[in-house]
Design a binder for this molecule. Structure first.
Ligand SMILES: Cc1cc2nc3c(=O)[nH]c(=O)nc-3n(C[C@H](O)[C@H](O)[C@H](O)COP(=O)(O)OP(=O)(O)OC[C@H]3O[C@@H](n4cnc5c(N)ncnc54)[C@H](O)[C@@H]3O)c2cc1C
Length: 432
């Protein structure tokens, strides 16, 4: 395969927002660590509400998962509803589900208000069943979601699946019309522009190396040391996602970084694109090691998966290209002779209970654990955290639940025994 190892979405951003070359200010109201959806959405809200904000980004703006994902803006939570209700109780889970729907509205509102050109479209999501047992479980799941959250999903029997997808591989599907698709790199770039317009100062190549609380005149503030000098912040917001480092060890202990990879084909003829995805949905399958795929706005097939369990490296990116191409052809034999032009990887932020979390750790605000739902959830959570910093009541259900750290033995220093976790999910895929 003759593939460019680069992120296709970046080709669609001709005018990436540069960070400021000004020196760091001596002090700010809020220092935001990380410039993905979470950090930039928080910075936008904070700046609009009059706070002095500095966004500190180790690489370039939007460099993390936010600029390299599938752009699938999906409803729902990762875990099944009965598991969630057993864990957290009905009322909290109802608030969580409502948040998952509201988060898509928040993305749509920001896109409209800030006039971000990022191909946002309410195209709906389609989950396809890899096994008959998976399909049989859809009816009960949809009934429960309707009963608990008054939200309607549509079951698609195998006999009607061709109206949704040009593949005969699956046993049926389930559609949620509320979900959307977006060009994530254009969205994160637009968020950066909007935050800058609102008055936030954006610093690239400014890695935070440690954060220390300091007391002055009876008040607590933070000294934030970076590779470009240090500043004092009244509040710190950690939006470093899967790329969290030992600069903030308390958060590092709670995040599981998992590599995910994507390929994008050459531009497809429009009749073939229509055959593969007649309703232009964002699609994923029912496995734990799932494949997710969609057409890009210019009609490439973008096909992703958790093809390897470690954060991305040059080797895993190359290996993933071939694995993903095989996966894509299994779903769509029509693409056997289609050229794959791009491959890239990124790192997802999982947590030990597979839930998003927010709140404070050692006095710093944080939000993390969006896994494959971060386009909407991280954008929503950033705005929520900003509201709390500005004095709003904290009605965020994800800040009320306990946040487990790494079990002993699964993590040693900065490395993780992730192959064990990988094996666990592969076994689950086999048996369920
Ligand atoms: C390949 C892939 C596909 C995905 N597909 C989807 C999808 O289709 N739909 C969906 O909803 N979600 C998807 N996700 C998940 C989603 O992209 C993330 O959950 C979301 O982008 C997280 O946003 P964030 O702002 O929390 O973190 P990020 O966007 O990861 O940003 C964190 C930033 O913090 C910076 N940083 C870290 N430490 C420091 C430090 N010490 N100092 C300064 N800066 C620092 C990093 O450089 C990084 O830029 C996908 C993720 C990947 C990797």
């Amino acid at each position: 395969m003759n593939i460019t190892e680069s992120n296709y979405w970046l080709e669609t951003v001709p005018d990436p927002v540069p960070g400021t070359s000004d020196p760091l200010p001596e002090s700010v109201d809020v220092a935001v660590v990380g410039s993905g959806f979470c950090g930039l959405s928080a910075a936008l809200t904070l700046a609009k509400r009059g706070s002095g904000v500095a966004v500190l980004e180790a690489e370039t703006l939007g460099w993390g998962a936010s600029g390299r994902n599938g752009g699938m803006v999906c409803t729902g939570l990762k875990l099944p509803v009965p598991t969630l209700i057993a864990r957290y109780g009905r009322e909290t889970v109802q608030q969580m589900y409502a948040a998952s729907l509201e988060s898509i509205d928040v993305v749509e509102r920001i896109v409209q208000e800030e006039r971000i050109h990022c191909a946002f479209s309410r195209c709906g999501q389609l989950e396809v069943a890899c096994k008959e047992t998976h399909f049989n479980a859809y009816a009960e799941a949809a009934a429960r979601i309707k009963q608990e959250f008054h939200h309607e999903l549509h079951i698609i029997p195998r006999s009607e699946l061709r109206k949704e997808i040009g593949s005969d591989l699956y046993y049926g599907g389930i559609v949620d019309e509320a979900s959307a698709g977006v060009n994530p790199a254009q969205f994160v770039n637009g968020l950066a522009k909007a935050a800058h317009r609102a008055g936030a100062r954006l610093y690239e190549h400014t890695r935070v190396v440690n954060v220390k609380p300091e007391a002055a005149n009876g008040n607590l503030h933070f000294r934030v040391a970076t590779t470009r000098g240090s500043l004092i912040a009244k509040e710190v917001l950690l939006a470093s996602g899967a790329y969290t480092t030992s600069a903030t060890p308390a958060l590092l202990r709670k995040v599981i970084p998992i590599g995910s990879y994507i390929i994008a084909t050459e531009v497809l003829p429009s009749d073939l694109a229509h055959e593969l995805s007649p309703r232009n949905r964002v699609i994923y399958d029912s496995k734990h090691f799932l494949h997710y795929y969609r057409l890009t706005p210019d009609n490439r097939m973008l096909f992703g998966g958790r093809a390897a369990f470690f954060p991305e490296s040059e080797n895993t990116v190359r290996e993933s290209a071939e694995l993903l191409r095989k996966g894509m052809i299994e779903v769509y034999p029509q693409l056997r002779d289609t050229k794959v032009e791009f491959v890239w990887g990124g790192t997802l932020d999982f947590t030990f209970d597979v839930m998003p979390h927010s709140g404070t750790l050692e006095g710093m605000h944080f939000a993390v654990g969006f896994a494959g739902h971060g386009v909407a959830a991280a954008t929503w959570m950033g705005a929520k955290l900003a509201g709390v910093i500005c004095g709003d009541a904290d009605d965020n259900p994800f800040s009320r639940i306990s946040f487990p750290a790494a079990p002993i033995g699964l993590r040693s220093g900065n490395s993780w025994a992730l192959p064990l976790a990988g094996m666990y999910y592969r076994v689950l895929d086999y048996f369920t």
